[in-house]
Write a protein that binds this ligand. Structure first.
Ligand code: ACO
Length: 311
């Protein structure tokens, strides 16, 4: 029977039919999806922190409104994705606890500090740009709830990317000091953004199986290259310089060659040793602890209500 179920599953993957929550699926497929989607959810939620740092200091009301909306969107994405893990049988409490215990990963990029206003521009432009590059392919992922979540999330990420690019454009066309601030942000965010796509294909343990299951539709290196090719002209338009002396158009490949990525830095950051890892986890744990009284009150109220209704 298991063999027939496996055959049916394989046929669906071949035919591009989405796998839905109540369908049979191999245990390893389920586990791998819970791993990836929960890490994705954690990234959205932790990702609120570096930007929220600037809400009170946004330079105008218009900027503040856009930033507030964006940070709120990230919270929505996180909740949406936690729900997707629940359709696979994961318990949200456990998933969140895994993050707080340092067991679950989240994107490397959110472990860097946002030291100037230009960082908000660079995050929107580069970080959300990289997120879109990776997530557009996930709209075609084989698990139904994840792929549908990605459609909506990508639309919102597009707005985030544009608001970031517009901040960069304003700074790049501003005073000399503003232009320097934009360049400095690009210098600091460029390489960590390239790392967001994950290790090189040859060092990516999950890729082969995830591609076979059509969870991933493009490889880490492919997406990274596409992102670079798309972003270099955007930097040129801003009049800013990408901090990579080896960056060069390759006529033959019709693509940019680029310099070596510092993978030691990447692995160090995802192991928990980046500049802001401890602060980020503390902020999430504090949020849970500080909200405990709300959960307790809601539970007490629900219990009382049930008792009353039971008469
Ligand atoms: N940051 C932190 N950890 C990473 C990153 C990263 N940028 N890239 C890879 N890793 C981790 C993987 O989670 C995996 O760790 P694990 O085995 O402990 O789970 C390990 O490095 C090896 O990497 P891969 O085998 O390449 O892992 P995978 O096939 O999952 O590919 C990728 C990584 C491309 C990030 C994939 O998980 C994915 O597409 N995720 C969905 C998108 C996402 O999470 N975006 C978050 C940032 S965007 C945003 O929030 C705005």
């Amino acid at each position: 029977k298991e063999k027939d179920l496996q055959k049916e599953f394989d046929a669906k993957i071949d035919a591009e039919t989405k796998i839905e929550p109540r369908d049979w699926m191999p245990d390893a497929y389920r586990k791998n999806l819970i791993r990836q989607i929960s890490q994705h959810a954690h990234s959205e939620v932790v990702g609120m922190l570096p930007e929220a740092n600037w809400i009170t200091r946004a330079p105008s009301l218009r900027r503040k409104v856009a930033l507030l909306a964006k940070v709120q969107d990230e919270a929505g994405h996180g909740l949406y994705l936690y729900s997707a893990t629940e359709t696979l049988g994961a318990k949200r409490e456990d998933t969140v606890d895994d993050l707080h215990r340092g067991k679950a990963k989240y994107s490397n990029i959110f472990n860097y500090p946002t030291v100037t206003w230009a960082d908000i521009g660079a995050i929107g432009w580069l970080v959300d740009g990289a997120a879109i590059q990776n997530q557009v392919m996930l709209t075609r992922t084989s698990y139904g709830p994840y792929s549908r979540a990605m459609v909506r999330i990508c639309k919102e990420e597009s707005f985030h990317q544009r608001q970031g690019y517009e901040i960069m454009l304003t700074l790049a066309n501003g005073t000399e000091a503003q232009k320097e601030m934009a360049q400095d942000a690009l210098n600091r965010w460029w390489w960590p953004s390239l790392m967001m796509f994950g290790p090189s294909d040859k060092d990516s343990p999950h890729s082969q199986q995830s591609m076979a299951w059509k969870i991933k539709r493009q490889s880490n290196d492919e997406l990274r290259q596409e992102f670079i090719d798309k972003t270099v002209p955007q930097a040129e338009y801003l009049g800013l310089t990408i901090p990579d002396p080896d960056l060069k158009w390759n006529e033959e490949r019709e693509s940019y060659d680029f310099g070596p990525i510092n993978w030691d830095e990447f692995f160090n950051v995802i192991k928990g040793n980046g500049p802001m890892n401890k602060e980020r986890l503390k902020a999430r744990k504090d949020a849970k602890d500080n909200g405990a009284w709300v959960r307790e009150a809601a539970n007490a109220y629900a219990k009382k209500k049930r008792k009353r209704e039971a008469g």
